[in-house]
Ligand binder design. Structure first.
Ligand code: NAI
Length: 350
């Protein structure tokens, strides 16, 4: 366990168990230096504890980096619930999770993530006020996450293909949940040619029918000859097995921790595939929660989220100048902010 904490530089790990509801949850706090650790709660049928531990620690670090790069006064944390393998009372499980979050006294603020719905967070909110993005506060982050990824995509297209907009480009979208499905709608409207895939083939088929576009089984998506690959499902999808199969020139996606390891950024570079850092692209949801919590209006939130495109353009130029991969450049800038408090200052100036 400590090896994983050391590898990901996570400061605290909390374990919660509630036999009455079947709750088994981990909450990792990577850093609270710039503010309380905000990060979603993921609920998945993890095959074992080690996978869950690894996921929560890597995700918590990603949240710290994301908040730092977005200039928000927030730290990074994350929660995972190991989904019970027997039938369970979903509402009771999330209420028990709410009790767990509450015990941390506000040092961790929870939100939505893969496998969690707004209605689940409504249950959490009956037990703690340290939850953002439920029906009661009306702050659904997913549309803003999609908007931010859309802005990042535009910046990526300019840098990679020296052109504006997605019109006519062939884009493969992996994962058609809250974020991926919205991106598919936006990109269809923008005139992109889409190939869709989801682990749930019915979901892929439904959306493809609606948009009059193509879908393929989940594992075939890596082999599709396309211009852009968009990982919007889960992490670790860019790895030694999948990278040689990719035919895209650009990767821009919403999923957290897309690279299975640091080496994969290098693998992508060697194949001349431009990879744009996930935690920069997908910061829209986090920005919307942070600004929404400050009662900012929608247009201010939208503008700040669209700023992700500008931030990515600058980062891609800087990465080129320093002969680094964009992933290395982003990590370098985030770590600098985490250590010198620039994040706080950027927020105060905003
Ligand atoms: P979601 O749970 O609504 O959707 C994920 C979708 O991906 C599901 O339809 C699932 O069936 C599909 N999927 C899973 N594995 C797959 C695979 N190997 N191939 C194809 N499809 C697969 O999740 P959501 O909210 O759309 O988030 C997607 C990703 O974006 C996650 O990694 C999440 O952590 C990240 N993210 C989401 C944010 C949000 O505001 N919802 C904010 C920042 C990051």
């Amino acid at each position: 366990m400590f090896a994983t904490l050391e590898q990901t530089d996570v400061a605290e790990l909390h374990q919660f168990r509630d036999p009455a509801t079947g709750l088994r949850a981990l909450i990792a706090l990577h850093s609270t230096r710039l503010g309380p650790a905000l990060g979603g709660c993921r609920c998945l049928p993890y095959p074992d504890e080690h996978t869950a531990l690894n996921d929560v620690c890597r995700l918590a670090r990603g949240m710290s980096y994301k908040a730092a790069l977005a200039g928000l006064p927030l730290g990074g944390g994350k929660a995972v619930i190991m989904e019970p393998d027997k039938p369970y009372d979903r509402a009771a499980l999330y209420r028990a999770f709410g009790d767990a979050v509450n015990r941390l006294g506000g040092r961790y603020i929870t939100a939505m993530d893969a496998g969690t719905e707004i209605t689940d967070l409504d249950q959490v909110a009956t037990r703690t006020r340290h939850v953002w993005g439920f029906s009661g506060d009306g702050m659904d982050p997913s549309p803003y996450t999609a908007l931010g990824v859309f802005a990042a995509l535009d910046a990526g297209i300019r840098h990679r293909f020296q052109r504006h907009g997605a019109k006519g480009l062939h884009i493969a979208i992996q994962g058609l949940g809250h974020v991926g499905s919205q991106l598919a709608l936006m990109l269809a409207r923008a005139g992109a040619r889409l190939t869709l895939a989801d682990l749930d083939p019915r979901r892929a088929q439904r959306l493809a029918d609606r948009l009059n576009t193509r879908w393929v089984p989940a594992d075939s998506l890596y082999d599709v000859a396309c211009d852009i690959f968009m990982p919007c499902a889960l992490g670790g999808v860019l790895n030694a097995d999948t990278i040689p199969r990719l035919q895209a020139g650009l990767i821009v996606g919403a999923a957290n921790n897309q690279l299975a390891s640091d080496d994969d950024a290098q693998r992508l570079r060697q194949r001349d595939i431009l990879y744009t850092p996930d935690y920069l692209n997908n910061a829209g949801g986090l920005i919307s929660l942070a600004l929404g919590h400050r009662q900012e209006d929608r247009s201010t939130i939208r503008q700040k989220v669209l700023g992700i495109g500008r931030t990515l353009s600058q980062l891609l130029d800087q990465a080129d100048q320093h002969h680094l991969s964009p992933a290395q450049m982003a990590d370098r800038q985030a770590e600098q902010r985490l250590h010198d408090d620039t994040g706080k200052h950027a927020w105060e100036a905003a």
